[in-house]
Design a protein around this ligand. Structure first.
Ligand SMILES: C[S@@+](CC[C@H](N)C(=O)[O-])C[C@H]1O[C@@H](n2cnc3c(N)ncnc32)[C@H](O)[C@@H]1O
Length: 372
Protein backbone atom coordinates (compact mmCIF):
# COMPACT_ATOMS: atom_id res chain seq x y z
CA UNK A 1 0.00 0.00 0.00
CA UNK A 2 3.00 2.29 0.39
CA UNK A 3 3.09 2.53 -3.44
CA UNK A 4 -0.08 4.65 -3.25
CA UNK A 5 1.94 7.45 -1.65
CA UNK A 6 4.02 7.78 -4.80
CA UNK A 7 0.88 7.89 -6.95
CA UNK A 8 -1.02 10.45 -4.89
CA UNK A 9 2.08 12.70 -4.73
CA UNK A 10 2.46 12.44 -8.52
CA UNK A 11 -1.24 13.27 -8.99
CA UNK A 12 -1.18 16.32 -6.75
CA UNK A 13 2.06 17.52 -8.28
CA UNK A 14 0.90 17.11 -11.89
CA UNK A 15 -2.74 18.22 -11.67
CA UNK A 16 -3.17 21.92 -12.43
CA UNK A 17 -6.95 22.19 -12.61
CA UNK A 18 -7.17 22.64 -16.39
CA UNK A 19 -9.33 19.54 -16.92
CA UNK A 20 -11.95 18.04 -14.59
CA UNK A 21 -10.26 16.05 -11.83
CA UNK A 22 -12.30 12.96 -12.66
CA UNK A 23 -10.91 12.96 -16.23
CA UNK A 24 -7.38 13.52 -14.99
CA UNK A 25 -7.62 10.62 -12.51
CA UNK A 26 -8.99 8.29 -15.18
CA UNK A 27 -6.18 9.17 -17.59
CA UNK A 28 -3.56 8.87 -14.84
CA UNK A 29 -4.64 5.45 -13.56
CA UNK A 30 -4.96 4.14 -17.12
CA UNK A 31 -1.17 4.45 -17.42
CA UNK A 32 -0.80 2.00 -14.52
CA UNK A 33 -2.90 -1.07 -15.31
CA UNK A 34 -1.43 -2.69 -12.21
CA UNK A 35 -3.64 -0.43 -10.06
CA UNK A 36 -6.78 -2.35 -9.11
CA UNK A 37 -10.26 -0.96 -8.56
CA UNK A 38 -9.64 -0.56 -4.80
CA UNK A 39 -6.44 1.40 -5.51
CA UNK A 40 -8.28 3.66 -7.96
CA UNK A 41 -11.06 4.23 -5.45
CA UNK A 42 -8.57 5.09 -2.71
CA UNK A 43 -6.64 7.48 -4.97
CA UNK A 44 -9.92 9.18 -5.84
CA UNK A 45 -10.83 9.60 -2.18
CA UNK A 46 -7.38 10.96 -1.36
CA UNK A 47 -7.35 13.43 -4.25
CA UNK A 48 -10.90 14.71 -3.68
CA UNK A 49 -10.31 15.09 0.07
CA UNK A 50 -7.12 17.02 -0.67
CA UNK A 51 -8.87 19.56 -2.91
CA UNK A 52 -11.80 19.85 -0.48
CA UNK A 53 -9.70 20.61 2.59
CA UNK A 54 -5.96 21.10 2.22
CA UNK A 55 -6.05 24.88 1.74
CA UNK A 56 -8.01 25.19 5.00
CA UNK A 57 -5.40 23.42 7.11
CA UNK A 58 -3.70 25.66 9.62
CA UNK A 59 -0.13 24.47 9.40
CA UNK A 60 1.01 24.84 13.02
CA UNK A 61 3.72 22.31 13.88
CA UNK A 62 4.79 21.94 10.22
CA UNK A 63 3.02 18.63 9.46
CA UNK A 64 4.28 16.47 6.60
CA UNK A 65 2.38 15.90 3.35
CA UNK A 66 1.28 12.50 4.64
CA UNK A 67 0.04 13.94 7.93
CA UNK A 68 -1.87 16.68 6.12
CA UNK A 69 -3.40 14.11 3.79
CA UNK A 70 -4.67 12.16 6.80
CA UNK A 71 -6.21 15.34 8.24
CA UNK A 72 -8.00 15.97 4.94
CA UNK A 73 -9.46 12.45 4.88
CA UNK A 74 -10.64 12.79 8.48
CA UNK A 75 -12.17 16.24 7.88
CA UNK A 76 -14.09 14.86 4.89
CA UNK A 77 -15.26 11.82 6.86
CA UNK A 78 -13.46 9.73 4.25
CA UNK A 79 -10.96 7.99 6.53
CA UNK A 80 -11.97 4.31 6.68
CA UNK A 81 -10.05 1.18 7.78
CA UNK A 82 -9.21 0.80 4.08
CA UNK A 83 -6.50 3.42 4.69
CA UNK A 84 -5.02 1.86 7.86
CA UNK A 85 -2.20 0.05 6.04
CA UNK A 86 -1.32 3.03 3.89
CA UNK A 87 -1.04 5.28 6.94
CA UNK A 88 0.59 2.70 9.22
CA UNK A 89 4.01 4.36 8.91
CA UNK A 90 2.73 7.93 9.21
CA UNK A 91 3.55 9.32 12.64
CA UNK A 92 0.74 10.82 14.70
CA UNK A 93 0.84 14.61 15.09
CA UNK A 94 1.60 16.06 18.54
CA UNK A 95 -0.39 19.24 17.98
CA UNK A 96 -3.60 18.75 15.96
CA UNK A 97 -3.54 20.51 12.59
CA UNK A 98 -6.34 23.04 12.81
CA UNK A 99 -8.82 23.78 10.04
CA UNK A 100 -10.24 27.15 9.05
CA UNK A 101 -12.75 26.92 6.21
CA UNK A 102 -12.34 30.66 5.51
CA UNK A 103 -8.87 29.84 4.12
CA UNK A 104 -10.52 27.76 1.39
CA UNK A 105 -11.87 30.92 -0.23
CA UNK A 106 -9.89 34.03 0.71
CA UNK A 107 -11.98 36.31 -1.50
CA UNK A 108 -14.59 38.89 -0.62
CA UNK A 109 -17.21 37.97 -3.22
CA UNK A 110 -20.82 38.60 -2.15
CA UNK A 111 -23.22 35.67 -2.28
CA UNK A 112 -26.85 35.70 -3.35
CA UNK A 113 -29.75 36.03 -0.93
CA UNK A 114 -30.65 32.62 0.47
CA UNK A 115 -27.22 31.17 1.25
CA UNK A 116 -24.57 32.11 3.79
CA UNK A 117 -20.83 32.00 3.27
CA UNK A 118 -20.45 29.76 6.34
CA UNK A 119 -22.86 27.06 5.13
CA UNK A 120 -21.54 27.24 1.57
CA UNK A 121 -17.91 26.72 2.66
CA UNK A 122 -18.86 24.00 5.16
CA UNK A 123 -20.65 22.12 2.36
CA UNK A 124 -17.36 21.81 0.43
CA UNK A 125 -16.19 19.03 2.75
CA UNK A 126 -19.19 16.86 1.93
CA UNK A 127 -19.71 15.07 -1.38
CA UNK A 128 -23.26 15.80 -2.63
CA UNK A 129 -25.58 12.85 -3.23
CA UNK A 130 -26.58 11.16 -6.47
CA UNK A 131 -30.08 12.09 -7.66
CA UNK A 132 -32.30 10.66 -10.34
CA UNK A 133 -35.46 11.98 -11.95
CA UNK A 134 -37.93 9.17 -12.46
CA UNK A 135 -39.50 9.31 -15.93
CA UNK A 136 -41.57 6.13 -15.90
CA UNK A 137 -42.30 2.87 -14.05
CA UNK A 138 -41.62 4.19 -10.55
CA UNK A 139 -42.73 0.91 -8.93
CA UNK A 140 -40.38 -1.07 -11.17
CA UNK A 141 -37.45 1.21 -10.26
CA UNK A 142 -38.16 0.92 -6.53
CA UNK A 143 -38.45 -2.88 -6.79
CA UNK A 144 -35.05 -3.07 -8.52
CA UNK A 145 -33.42 -0.81 -5.89
CA UNK A 146 -35.04 -2.82 -3.04
CA UNK A 147 -33.87 -6.05 -4.67
CA UNK A 148 -30.25 -4.85 -4.47
CA UNK A 149 -30.64 -3.28 -1.01
CA UNK A 150 -29.81 0.16 -2.39
CA UNK A 151 -31.15 2.77 0.02
CA UNK A 152 -33.06 5.75 -1.36
CA UNK A 153 -34.92 8.81 -0.19
CA UNK A 154 -37.75 10.62 -1.96
CA UNK A 155 -37.03 14.36 -2.31
CA UNK A 156 -40.20 14.86 -4.40
CA UNK A 157 -42.53 12.20 -5.85
CA UNK A 158 -40.23 11.95 -8.90
CA UNK A 159 -36.84 12.87 -7.41
CA UNK A 160 -34.86 10.15 -5.62
CA UNK A 161 -31.61 10.61 -3.67
CA UNK A 162 -29.27 7.61 -3.80
CA UNK A 163 -25.90 6.83 -2.23
CA UNK A 164 -22.95 8.00 -4.33
CA UNK A 165 -21.53 5.24 -6.46
CA UNK A 166 -24.78 3.20 -6.49
CA UNK A 167 -24.46 1.03 -9.61
CA UNK A 168 -27.76 2.15 -11.13
CA UNK A 169 -26.54 2.26 -14.73
CA UNK A 170 -26.36 -1.53 -14.88
CA UNK A 171 -29.52 -2.02 -12.79
CA UNK A 172 -32.22 0.41 -13.97
CA UNK A 173 -33.67 0.54 -17.51
CA UNK A 174 -31.94 3.50 -19.19
CA UNK A 175 -35.12 5.13 -20.51
CA UNK A 176 -36.87 5.06 -17.09
CA UNK A 177 -34.74 7.70 -15.35
CA UNK A 178 -32.36 10.63 -15.84
CA UNK A 179 -29.42 11.38 -13.55
CA UNK A 180 -30.10 15.00 -12.60
CA UNK A 181 -29.30 16.96 -9.47
CA UNK A 182 -32.27 17.70 -7.18
CA UNK A 183 -31.88 21.49 -7.52
CA UNK A 184 -31.65 21.22 -11.29
CA UNK A 185 -34.89 19.19 -11.21
CA UNK A 186 -36.42 21.88 -8.98
CA UNK A 187 -35.95 24.51 -11.71
CA UNK A 188 -38.73 22.68 -13.61
CA UNK A 189 -41.27 24.25 -11.23
CA UNK A 190 -40.41 27.64 -12.78
CA UNK A 191 -40.79 26.54 -16.40
CA UNK A 192 -44.47 25.52 -16.51
CA UNK A 193 -44.48 24.66 -20.23
CA UNK A 194 -47.83 24.34 -22.03
CA UNK A 195 -48.69 22.36 -25.17
CA UNK A 196 -48.32 24.36 -28.36
CA UNK A 197 -45.90 26.92 -26.91
CA UNK A 198 -42.65 27.72 -28.72
CA UNK A 199 -39.62 27.35 -26.40
CA UNK A 200 -35.97 28.21 -27.03
CA UNK A 201 -33.20 26.78 -24.81
CA UNK A 202 -30.32 29.04 -25.84
CA UNK A 203 -27.47 27.36 -23.89
CA UNK A 204 -28.78 23.83 -23.96
CA UNK A 205 -25.55 21.91 -23.33
CA UNK A 206 -26.26 18.19 -23.33
CA UNK A 207 -29.91 18.95 -22.68
CA UNK A 208 -30.53 18.43 -18.95
CA UNK A 209 -33.16 21.21 -18.90
CA UNK A 210 -34.44 20.54 -22.43
CA UNK A 211 -35.19 16.92 -21.52
CA UNK A 212 -36.96 18.11 -18.39
CA UNK A 213 -39.02 20.56 -20.44
CA UNK A 214 -40.05 17.86 -22.95
CA UNK A 215 -40.89 15.42 -20.14
CA UNK A 216 -42.99 18.09 -18.39
CA UNK A 217 -44.86 18.81 -21.61
CA UNK A 218 -44.19 16.70 -24.73
CA UNK A 219 -46.41 19.05 -26.78
CA UNK A 220 -44.07 22.06 -26.84
CA UNK A 221 -42.22 23.18 -29.95
CA UNK A 222 -38.56 23.27 -28.89
CA UNK A 223 -35.49 24.91 -30.41
CA UNK A 224 -32.10 24.45 -28.76
CA UNK A 225 -28.70 26.00 -29.35
CA UNK A 226 -25.21 25.85 -27.93
CA UNK A 227 -21.86 27.17 -29.03
CA UNK A 228 -20.42 23.65 -29.14
CA UNK A 229 -21.45 21.17 -31.84
CA UNK A 230 -20.08 18.21 -29.84
CA UNK A 231 -22.37 18.82 -26.88
CA UNK A 232 -25.39 19.16 -29.19
CA UNK A 233 -24.50 15.69 -30.55
CA UNK A 234 -24.82 14.45 -26.96
CA UNK A 235 -28.17 16.20 -26.63
CA UNK A 236 -29.48 14.52 -29.79
CA UNK A 237 -28.25 11.12 -28.60
CA UNK A 238 -30.03 11.61 -25.26
CA UNK A 239 -33.33 12.58 -26.92
CA UNK A 240 -33.02 9.39 -29.02
CA UNK A 241 -32.22 7.29 -25.98
CA UNK A 242 -35.33 8.51 -24.19
CA UNK A 243 -37.54 8.10 -27.26
CA UNK A 244 -38.36 11.84 -27.33
CA UNK A 245 -39.14 13.89 -30.43
CA UNK A 246 -35.97 15.75 -31.50
CA UNK A 247 -35.93 19.53 -31.03
CA UNK A 248 -34.64 21.90 -33.73
CA UNK A 249 -30.90 21.92 -33.03
CA UNK A 250 -28.69 24.86 -34.08
CA UNK A 251 -25.07 25.67 -33.32
CA UNK A 252 -25.07 29.34 -32.30
CA UNK A 253 -23.33 31.82 -30.07
CA UNK A 254 -26.23 33.20 -28.03
CA UNK A 255 -24.29 36.39 -27.30
CA UNK A 256 -24.03 37.17 -31.01
CA UNK A 257 -26.84 39.33 -32.36
CA UNK A 258 -26.68 38.13 -35.95
CA UNK A 259 -26.53 34.45 -35.05
CA UNK A 260 -29.62 34.72 -32.87
CA UNK A 261 -31.41 36.76 -35.57
CA UNK A 262 -30.63 34.00 -38.08
CA UNK A 263 -31.92 31.34 -35.70
CA UNK A 264 -35.16 33.13 -34.75
CA UNK A 265 -35.92 34.25 -38.34
CA UNK A 266 -38.00 37.12 -37.00
CA UNK A 267 -40.34 34.87 -34.97
CA UNK A 268 -40.35 35.49 -31.22
CA UNK A 269 -40.67 32.61 -28.75
CA UNK A 270 -43.27 32.20 -26.01
CA UNK A 271 -40.52 31.34 -23.54
CA UNK A 272 -36.73 31.35 -23.57
CA UNK A 273 -34.57 29.37 -21.19
CA UNK A 274 -31.12 30.83 -20.55
CA UNK A 275 -29.19 28.31 -18.43
CA UNK A 276 -26.04 30.32 -18.92
CA UNK A 277 -22.35 29.44 -18.58
CA UNK A 278 -21.20 30.36 -15.07
CA UNK A 279 -18.54 29.84 -12.40
CA UNK A 280 -20.43 26.75 -11.19
CA UNK A 281 -19.84 27.84 -7.58
CA UNK A 282 -23.12 26.20 -6.52
CA UNK A 283 -21.69 22.84 -7.62
CA UNK A 284 -18.15 23.06 -6.28
CA UNK A 285 -18.81 20.49 -3.56
CA UNK A 286 -18.95 17.98 -6.47
CA UNK A 287 -15.90 19.48 -8.17
CA UNK A 288 -13.73 20.82 -5.31
CA UNK A 289 -10.81 21.26 -7.71
CA UNK A 290 -12.69 24.30 -9.07
CA UNK A 291 -12.76 25.85 -5.61
CA UNK A 292 -9.05 25.07 -5.23
CA UNK A 293 -8.04 26.62 -8.56
CA UNK A 294 -10.61 29.45 -8.57
CA UNK A 295 -9.60 32.68 -10.31
CA UNK A 296 -11.67 35.56 -8.85
CA UNK A 297 -11.38 37.52 -12.13
CA UNK A 298 -13.55 34.85 -13.77
CA UNK A 299 -16.69 36.11 -11.99
CA UNK A 300 -16.71 39.46 -13.79
CA UNK A 301 -16.03 37.71 -17.12
CA UNK A 302 -18.95 35.34 -16.58
CA UNK A 303 -21.22 38.17 -15.48
CA UNK A 304 -20.51 40.12 -18.68
CA UNK A 305 -21.11 37.08 -20.87
CA UNK A 306 -24.33 36.27 -19.01
CA UNK A 307 -25.64 39.80 -19.53
CA UNK A 308 -24.69 39.67 -23.20
CA UNK A 309 -26.50 36.35 -23.72
CA UNK A 310 -29.60 37.23 -21.71
CA UNK A 311 -30.15 40.69 -23.21
CA UNK A 312 -29.47 39.37 -26.71
CA UNK A 313 -31.99 36.52 -26.56
CA UNK A 314 -34.50 38.65 -24.61
CA UNK A 315 -35.24 40.50 -27.89
CA UNK A 316 -37.04 37.35 -29.01
CA UNK A 317 -39.32 36.88 -26.00
CA UNK A 318 -42.92 37.37 -27.19
CA UNK A 319 -44.93 40.14 -25.53
CA UNK A 320 -46.31 38.51 -22.35
CA UNK A 321 -43.78 35.70 -22.70
CA UNK A 322 -41.04 34.77 -20.24
CA UNK A 323 -37.26 34.51 -19.97
CA UNK A 324 -36.20 31.88 -17.44
CA UNK A 325 -32.67 32.78 -16.34
CA UNK A 326 -30.72 30.02 -14.55
CA UNK A 327 -27.20 29.62 -13.16
CA UNK A 328 -25.52 27.06 -10.92
CA UNK A 329 -23.66 29.87 -9.20
CA UNK A 330 -24.12 31.34 -5.72
CA UNK A 331 -22.38 34.62 -6.59
CA UNK A 332 -24.58 37.73 -6.63
CA UNK A 333 -22.65 39.17 -9.57
CA UNK A 334 -23.81 36.24 -11.73
CA UNK A 335 -27.34 36.19 -10.31
CA UNK A 336 -29.20 39.23 -8.95
CA UNK A 337 -26.78 41.67 -10.66
CA UNK A 338 -27.39 40.10 -14.08
CA UNK A 339 -31.15 40.15 -13.50
CA UNK A 340 -30.85 43.86 -12.69
CA UNK A 341 -28.93 44.42 -15.90
CA UNK A 342 -31.61 42.56 -17.90
CA UNK A 343 -34.45 44.63 -16.44
CA UNK A 344 -32.39 47.78 -17.10
CA UNK A 345 -31.85 46.93 -20.74
CA UNK A 346 -35.13 45.27 -21.74
CA UNK A 347 -38.87 45.65 -21.01
CA UNK A 348 -38.77 42.39 -18.98
CA UNK A 349 -39.67 42.52 -15.29
CA UNK A 350 -38.97 40.06 -12.47
CA UNK A 351 -41.90 37.74 -11.74
CA UNK A 352 -40.05 35.25 -9.52
CA UNK A 353 -36.47 34.97 -8.33
CA UNK A 354 -34.87 32.50 -5.93
CA UNK A 355 -31.66 30.80 -4.97
CA UNK A 356 -32.43 27.09 -4.70
CA UNK A 357 -30.22 26.25 -1.75
CA UNK A 358 -29.45 22.54 -2.10
CA UNK A 359 -27.14 22.16 0.89
CA UNK A 360 -29.63 20.61 3.34
CA UNK A 361 -30.68 18.09 0.67
CA UNK A 362 -27.07 17.21 -0.20
CA UNK A 363 -27.57 18.75 -3.64
CA UNK A 364 -26.13 21.58 -5.73
CA UNK A 365 -27.34 25.17 -5.35
CA UNK A 366 -28.88 26.97 -8.32
CA UNK A 367 -30.34 30.38 -9.05
CA UNK A 368 -33.48 30.90 -11.06
CA UNK A 369 -35.25 34.10 -12.12
CA UNK A 370 -38.40 34.30 -14.21
CA UNK A 371 -38.66 37.57 -16.15
CA UNK A 372 -41.86 38.49 -17.92
C1 LIG B 1 -24.76 25.62 -17.72
S1 LIG B 1 -24.36 24.86 -19.22
C2 LIG B 1 -25.93 24.33 -19.79
C3 LIG B 1 -26.45 23.11 -19.09
C4 LIG B 1 -27.70 22.55 -19.71
N1 LIG B 1 -28.75 23.55 -19.83
C5 LIG B 1 -28.22 21.37 -18.93
O1 LIG B 1 -29.17 21.51 -18.14
O2 LIG B 1 -27.65 20.27 -19.10
C6 LIG B 1 -24.01 26.20 -20.27
C7 LIG B 1 -23.81 25.85 -21.72
O3 LIG B 1 -23.63 27.09 -22.41
C8 LIG B 1 -22.77 26.86 -23.50
N2 LIG B 1 -22.27 28.19 -23.93
C9 LIG B 1 -21.23 28.88 -23.45
N3 LIG B 1 -21.14 30.09 -24.05
C10 LIG B 1 -22.16 30.12 -24.95
C11 LIG B 1 -22.60 31.08 -25.89
N4 LIG B 1 -21.97 32.26 -26.02
N5 LIG B 1 -23.67 30.79 -26.64
C12 LIG B 1 -24.31 29.61 -26.52
N6 LIG B 1 -23.94 28.66 -25.64
C13 LIG B 1 -22.88 28.92 -24.86
C14 LIG B 1 -21.75 25.89 -23.00
O4 LIG B 1 -21.19 25.17 -24.08
C15 LIG B 1 -22.60 25.00 -22.05
O5 LIG B 1 -23.00 23.84 -22.71
Amino acid sequence: MQYLWQHISNIIEAYKGDVPLTHFLKAYTKQYPILGSRDRRMLGMLAYSWYRCSKGLVRDGDPTFQQRMRECLVLCNAYTPLFDKMFSLVAPIDVPVGFDKELLFPHDIPLSEGITRGEWLAAMQVQPRLFIRIRRDKDGILALLDGKDISYEFITPTCLALPNGAAIDTLLPAESYVVQDASSQATGAYMRPMAGERWYDCCSGAGGKSLLLRDLCPGIDLTVSDKRRSILDNLEARFRQYGLRQPTVIVADAADRQQVDALAKGHPFDNILADVPCSGSGTWARTPEQLYYFDPAAVARFSQLQQAIATNVARYVKKGGRLVYITCSVFRQENEDVVKAITGATPLRVAEMRLINGIATGADSMFVAVLQ
